[in-house]
Design a protein around this ligand. Structure first.
Ligand code: ATP
Ligand code: MN
Length: 472
């Protein structure tokens, strides 16, 4: 029996001479006058296709093989030979082609190439079959693999923080409420669970007996583990109901959040820089075909930028210095550059694209514009926050050293209108064996956007959730 191998393996020179089976989806079929067909097959194992040569002597040549069109699914058994053609080392001389499923060329939405990304979003169930989305999926997979490797190699513990939470984490963004109350007003919900009319909004009768939400960040819960187990990270989906229709915001996105005891802000920066460099370096090393594709077809600077970043030191610039640079730049910005204002995307991009032309870590932000849990500096006006900014994407990481002093933390909560009592468990971490600690959040999709050069964040997640969009 021939061995079943991937297209990636079938494309390698070393495979020549082997009898194999390859299974996948037809990308193109071309018939030659000499009475044979060339069929390109892709199975997602790599960017490239393998070319299959089908002779007209095959028993199902007229009845099936000549009906194969893009999207059809086949299994091909045959001999791997070296290919005389350009751009491929091998081809498969088919001994047998089994058709699992045809794809009606009249109706198959991907029959033609060159659809816009906007159109492909309307067929999110089929877009993984395109070159671009296959490449994004492989790069995303590699990045996730490297994230785990990076932390595991340094002894960080992977913690699963909850997705449903009752704490309005840090006001990082509007939250989605979770309820089991029947919103239609019926007495019984469809699953048969006794539910209560939500008309009166009696949340004490709701599933958790209190308001509950989808998490916007796993940080506060991760801190509980860091304050017991040292170096930890959480990596999961987060949700923000902010109505921001931008190319960098999703309502559901994945966040990597390390949280480590005994880390100060400088340790935190070093960790962030190390993580990004590792991700970029690994993707260059392990996804070269995909990255070449992005470099040729999506953004001509991708490879150069990634290589440059892996080799360079990230700058560290205080917020105050950054404001000075912006003010002296002579640029007219839409939003004013005043000390105390949050930096907008235009400012971030000016700093990293125009002024420094490399990634920059800004730190020590005014405390008024940052969440309550960031550690107050001795100047009393700034906190130990840091944001990593990269060209094109802007903020890719946001982090801080956390306030470990109980009295200052409580004061900061009250100033921001939060009730310390509802954070009693978080404050306990400062009551019992408090420890200096730090962490950050890396938006996975922003990282993938940066790596691939894809302009819209909706095209680097399999099923984007944005205002008005959740069909697939
Ligand atoms: P921004 O100012 O860009 O909205 P933020 O300050 O709200 O970001 P944080 O709360 O610090 O971001 O979240 C940490 C990281 O999560 C960000 O650096 C970014 O990479 C990512 N991120 C934040 N909001 C979104 C979103 N809506 N969609 C995708 N990624 C996001
Ligand atoms: Mn935001």
């Amino acid at each position: 029996m021939p061995e079943i191998i991937s297209v990636a393996e079938a494309r390698r020179e070393e495979t020549v001479g082997r009898e194999v089976i390859v299974r996948g989806w037809v990308r193109t079929r071309r018939d030659s006058k000499a009475g044979l067909s060339f069929i390109e097959i892709n199975d997602g194992s790599c960017f490239g296709n393998v070319q299959v040569i089908a002779e007209s002597s095959l028993p199902n040549y007229e009845s099936e093989i000549k009906r194969l069109s893009p999207g059809s699914c086949v299994s091909v058994a045959g001999l791997v030979k070296s290919s005389p053609g350009k751009g491929q080392a091998t081809e498969i001389q088919a001994a047998e082609i089994l058709v699992y499923g045809f794809a009606d060329a009249e109706k198959y939405p991907l029959q033609k190439k060159g659809h816009s990304f906007e159109f492909l979003r309307t067929i999110a169930h089929l877009r993984p079959r395109t070159n671009t989305f296959g490449a994004v999926a492989r790069v995303r997979n590699r990045a996730c693999h490297s994230i785990h490797q990076f932390f595991q190699e340094q002894g960080f513990l992977y913690v699963h923080t909850p997705i449903i939470t009752a704490s309005d984490c840090e006001g990082a963004g509007a939250m989605f409420q979770v309820t089991a109350l029947d919103q239609s007003g019926k007495e019984e919900s469809e699953k048969g669970v006794k539910s209560v009319k939500s008309g009166g909004n009696d949340l004490s009768k709701d599933f958790f007996g209190r308001p509950a939400f989808l998490t916007v960040s796993g940080q506060l819960e991760a801190e509980t583990f860091a304050c017991a187990l040292g170096k930890t990270y959480t990596f999961g989906p987060t949700f923000r109901a902010e109505n921001s229709n931008t190319p960098r915001h999703l309502a559901e996105f994945w966040m990597v959040e390390p949280e480590a005891a005994f880390f100060d802000l400088w340790d935190d920066m070093e960790l962030a820089e190390g993580l990004l460099k590792r991700l970029f370096g690994d993707v260059l090393q392990y996804c070269p075909e995909d990255i070449q594709f992005f470099n040729q077809r999506i953004d001509k600077t991708v490879v150069e930028t990634l290589e440059h970043i892996v080799a360079s030191e990230f700058l560290r610039v205080s917020y105050t210095d950054a404001i000075e640079i912006l003010r002296k730049s002579g640029r007219r910005f839409e939003f004013p550059t005043r000390w105390g204002n949050d930096l907008q995307a235009e400012h971030e991009r000016f700093l990293t694209e125009t002024h420094f032309r490399q990634p920059v870590i800004l730190y020590d932000y005014p405390r008024e514009i940052k969440p309550f849990y960031m550690r107050l500096n001795d100047d009393g006006r700034t906190v130990r926050a840091m944001d990593v900014l990269v060209p094109k994407v802007g903020e890719i990481i946001g982090g801080s050293q956390r306030e470990e002093r109980l009295d200052l933390l409580e004061r900061q909560m009250k100033e921001q209108g939060l009730d310390p009592q509802s954070y009693w468990w978080y404050l306990d971490l400062r009551r019992f064996g408090t420890v200096p600690h730090s962490g950050f959040g890396l938006g996975l999709e922003r990282a993938i956007q940066f790596i691939t050069g894809m302009a819209n964040i909706r095209d680097v997640i399999p099923f984007p959730r944005t205002p008005g969009n959740a069909e697939f």
